[in-house]
Design a protein around this ligand. Structure first.
Ligand code: FAD
Length: 342
């Protein structure tokens, strides 16, 4: 019998597996497809804070996660010898109206107070016209110095490397019983603790909420990797109205993402992604003539209350759940505490 069986090798499953192993537990990660087969392999890898005004516990938790992540990643890189592409590159937010400019100017003081000197919000007036089209930022832009990026796929591979032979792929969990997971092959695996870390799929294994709503749902997102004509490295992330443009090194740029509540196939891309790429090109002249290198889609896990869903399963003893990262899973996962699963 395993000490801990974790189902799903996304950012939540791999991170928890590493923490359990560090605590001396014997762990098996059972993954249906491959490491990073789900939403965690996003090409975007944005690690961005909430706005610094109207501060609350949720914003504080995310701030702590963002500021503790570099040390956590450094330890992972040192241990595995694998780089994860973390960089505090900042995020440019174009300002389109006078009111918006005034609102962000007020947030500069909020950032000073709530970010405790970790980073600042800075107004930018003279902008690189190749990175932000001038008509997109008639009132300048704000640079969020706390925003960072990570190569999500390298992060997952480094975590997997740190787990040695604890990961088995091709294991599709079909159902759970107390202390036992049953896989599509018919194999039954017993463990003292089972953790459902199957991303959006996890909600199918949870009872509805008190208001008889599903415990959560999947929200599809599409993104792309483009190759620009000239190098764009060194630029900050550009974010405007739901569109992210993220330099990935050299001439590669990630663009995304769509948000689709209703969809038929979780992994196909379509005209919604074409529209997103076209929108990105109007924001960022450097994308002119860029070639599409990869089109990608997956489904984000979104809990009914939009918070992380981490804790014991409501009815199955010995079973826990860890999901609900929605759009911030990469920034938050390393703060998961195995103690909170029981
Ligand atoms: C388009 C898009 C862009 C995003 N961009 C960002 C971003 O920039 N920054 C950020 O922080 N977050 C981003 N996210 C969200 C982030 O990806 C999620 O919060 C996070 O990946 C969720 O991690 P997870 O481990 O819960 O799920 P997943 O990564 O989906 O992992 C679940 C794993 O479980 C496996 N699995 C599923 N069912 C079974 C089963 N029955 N048996 C066995 N294995 C199973 C899957 O194959 C998968 O490997 C984005 C998501 C999308 C879709």
């Amino acid at each position: 019998m395993e000490d801990v069986l974790i189902i799903g090798a996304g950012i939540f499953g791999l991170t928890l597996a590493r923490k359990f192993r560090e605590a001396g537990r014997r762990v098996l990660v059972a993954e249906a497809h491959a490491v990073g087969a789900g939403a965690s392999a996003t090409p975007l890898g944005v690690l961005a804070p909430h706005a610094p005004d109207n501060w609350n516990a949720k914003k504080e938790a995310q701030f702590r996660a963002l500021t503790s992540l570099p040390d956590y990643l450094k330890a992972l890189e040192d241990e595995t010898g694998m780089a994860v592409g973390y960089e505090r590159c900042g995020r440019l937010i174009p300002l389109t109206t006078e009111n918006q400019r005034a609102a962000w100017d007020r947030r500069i003081a909020d950032a000073r107070e709530n970010w405790h000197g970790e980073a600042v919000l800075s107004p930018i007036n003279g902008m690189d016209r190749d990175w932000i089209a001038p008509d997109v930022a008639p009132f300048g832009a704000m640079l969020c110095g706390l925003s960072a990026k990570i190569d999500a796929r390298s992060y997952l591979l480094a975590l997997a490397a740190s787990l040695g032979d604890s990961i088995r792929t091709g294991m599709m969990m079909e159902r759970l019983e107390e202390g036992m997971a049953i896989f599509s092959s018919g194999e039954r695996v017993a463990a003292r603790r089972i953790v459902i870390a199957t991303g959006a799929d996890a909600f199918a294994h949870l009872p509805p909420t008190d208001r008889d709503e599903p415990a959560g749902r999947g929200e599809k997102g599409q993104a792309a990797i483009l190759e620009t004509v000239a190098p764009v490295d060194g630029n900050p992330i550009l974010y405007h109205d739901g569109t992210y443009i993220v330099p990935r090194g050299g001439r590669q740029v990630a663009v995304g993402a769509t948000s689709e509540r209703y969809f038929e196939c979780p992994t196909t891309t379509d005209a919604l992604l074409d529209d997103k790429i076209a929108r990105a090109a109007t924001l960022c002249p450097a994308l002119g003539g860029a070639r599409i290198v990869e089109r990608w889609a997956s489904v984000r896990p979104r809990a009914a209350n939009r918070a992380l869903r981490v804790g014991p399963h409501p009815s199955l003893a010995g079973v826990s759940v860890a999901t609900g990262g929605f759009k911030t899973g990469l920034a938050m996962a390393h703060t998961l505490d195995p103690e909170h699963l029981t």
